[in-house]
Ligand binder design. Structure first.
Ligand code: GLU
Length: 364
């Protein structure tokens, strides 16, 4: 799970927001980090290793600008090296791009771009995006048109963000990778997850698959694939910045272990009645399901789901548990009555999400 952060506005120092955001995304695991800040030209800095290594590599006072993007990478294409770290740029360094996910058709895009004399600096799938943008710009497209054109060519999963030299606008799009926008008093944020900018704002807009957004200091415009403006709901998240950080622990894992008693207490509060032994989970009351239930999950969530399935069976409800990576919706018996439950701590586990999508397709 990599992380993306971005900011445009005048209220905050861009590089400070980006570095705070990258630290807030460290819990997701990563192997390299980088930032790009847009001014009359682009300042791009990236390093293999921890966010602290990037911080040390940043030049003093070089990062003035009003828009920027940052990335923590979890390598899928090409080893963790400085050059494979994001952001990636086009041949002329006029656009910088960060990407989370996997571009399935990158090889054929790469071949076409190389044939058109584009030079690549990395082994990543992601680097095709800035070159596709560059090629559309050369054909006369505006920045926004070029971004939409490039994203339109991608097959696979992506949360992608781009900044251009001489512009305060950040362009973003998502498909099967998370992206949330933040609305501050003096600027706008984007990130893979809320902890990246919770220090600055708790007002958020969740972007959906297939949506694009144009974000600049005067606002956010969300559009669909065809460019039609989409109305979005602004939500207020009830997160405590302290909860989102490491709360004084050295590692997120240690923090989560210590949090378990509180987490369980919070989860049970107002749901379990000690008087009559009943459990009421209002959130799922409307499901009205008598089974069969199929849990899909990975890792620790799979073990939790195994226990959940056992509890249900003990109460006479047919329940099974599957490793999400082995959940084959073509062979597993499933009907419109089946309740398929994905269990995932992050809410983003790729195999679990894909098992849920497969199950959904079958019953539609
Ligand atoms: N596939 C891209 C890469 O290998 C992005 C990986 C990520 O999501 O961090 O660089």
């Amino acid at each position: 799970m990599c992380g993306i952060i971005g900011y445009t506005g005048s209220g905050q120092d861009v590089s400070e927001v980006l570095m705070t955001g990258l630290s807030g995304l460290e819990y997701r695991g990563y192997d390299s980090a980088g930032v790009a800040v847009a001014n009359s030209s682009l300042s791009v800095h990236k390093r293999q290793g921890e966010v602290s290594a990037l911080e040390e590599a940043l030049p003093e006072g070089d990062l003035n600008g009003r828009a920027g993007i940052g990335h923590t990478r979890w390598s899928t294409h090409g080893p963790p090296t400085d050059s494979n770290a994001h952001p990636h740029t086009d041949c002329e360094s006029r656009v910088a791009v960060v990407h989370n996910g996997i571009i399935e058709n990158y090889q054929e895009l790469h071949t076409d771009l190389e044939a058109a004399d584009h030079t690549f600096d990395s082994e990543t799938d992601s680097e095709v995006v800035p070159h596709l943008i560059e090629s559309a710009r050369a054909d006369g497209a505006s920045r926004e048109e070029a971004f939409q054109h490039a994203v339109g060519k991608l097959e696979g999963s992506y949360a992608v963000a781009a900044v251009f030299d001489g512009s305060e606008t950040v362009y973003v799009a998502r498909n099967e990778s998370p992206l949330v926008l933040g609305i501050g008093d003096d600027g706008y944020y984007l990130a893979s997850d809320v902890p990246a900018f919770i220090e600055y704002t708790d007002r958020v807009v969740y972007l959906e698959d297939g949506q694009f957004a144009r974000i600049n200091p005067s606002g956010i415009v969300v559009t669909d694939k065809r460019g039609a403006v989409v109305e979005t709901a602004v939500e207020t998240v009830e997160w405590d910045p302290e909860d989102a950080g490491k709360s004084g622990h050295d590692h997120y894992m240690l923090k989560e272990i210590h949090e378990q008693p509180t987490a369980i207490r919070k989860c049970l509060r107002e749901r379990v009645s000690e008087f009559d032994g009943t459990v009421t989970v209002e959130e799922i009351a409307e499901l009205d399901c008598d089974g069969p239930v199929q849990f899909v999950a990975c890792g620790t969530s799979y073990h939790a789901a195994l226990y959940g399935a056992r509890l249900l069976r003990e109460r006479g409800i047919e329940a099974q548990c599957f490793l999400a990576s082995e959940y084959d919706a073509d062979t597993i018996p499933i009907s419109a009555e089946t309740l398929v439950v994905g269990v995932t701590q992050s809410g983003e586990t790729a195999d679990t999400m894909s098992a849920l999508r497969a199950a959904n397709r079958l019953v539609q």
